[in-house]
Design a protein around this ligand. Structure first.
Ligand SMILES: Cc1cc2nc3c(=O)[nH]c(=O)nc-3n(C[C@H](O)[C@H](O)[C@H](O)COP(=O)(O)O)c2cc1C
Length: 172
């Protein structure tokens, strides 16, 4: 028997990933950035094929990861986590600057940032796991990184159907 609530006990962080296609930028909220190896410094992230950000990662071959601060404002998280860049310009009123690849580093509500080059894609049907080498990084401030548990229990915010960890309880 599969008790899906057992998976609720998995721990995650909260991240804003960004990507670019020429002069255009995309970005979304994810909870699935994880480190894979130390040498080389390599991370993975699972991205829904429905997200605009997926197309931009494919086009540019790079990703910037912004590690979200516990103190980040809810509207910033809402804009990146529940809206699509196909409908709004997520960067118009967001303080940000470009990293070494041309992906956006967010200047508000983040504790650290790293620039990643995609080295492999793993097709997972609804999602692609992008495996990336981290080629540049910096600490923004000494605040606490937001956990997924904090996002749900303290911020009282909800997941998205495009998150790989989304659970439709009606099906279980
Ligand atoms: C808490 C939370 C976690 C999320 N985690 C992921 C994730 O790990 N991977 C993913 O592809 N989408 C995830 N999403 C969904 C995207 O952030 C969302 O679909 C976004 O609107 C996509 O924007 P875009 O179309 O501009 O790329 C998450 C959303 C929330 C609110």
């Amino acid at each position: 028997m599969l008790d899906i609530t057992a998976l609720f006990k998995l721990s995650y962080g909260i991240y804003l990933i960004t990507a670019h296609d020429g002069d255009k930028n995309a970005g979304c909220l994810v909870n699935t950035v994880f480190q894979i190896t130390a040498e080389p410094v390599r991370v993975g992230v699972s991205v829904s094929k429905e997200n605009q950000t997926h197309c931009y990662i494919r086009a540019g071959g790079t990703i910037a990861v912004n590690v979200v601060d516990e103190k980040a404002a809810s509207p910033l998280l809402g804009k990146f986590g529940y809206r699509t860049g196909r409908d709004i310009d997520k960067f118009a009123e967001t303080k940000c600057h470009k990293d070494i690849h041309g992906d956006m580093y967010i200047d508000e509500g983040v504790v650290s940032q790293f620039s990643c080059k995609v080295v492999k894609e793993v097709d997972m049907d609804t999602h692609t796991i992008f495996i990336c080498d981290v080629v540049d990084s910096n600490i923004v401030c000494d605040g606490a990184p937001m956990t997924y548990n904090y996002y749900r229990e303290v911020k009282k915010l909800q997941s998205s159907k495009f998150a790989p960890t989304y659970v439709n309880l009606a099906k279980h």
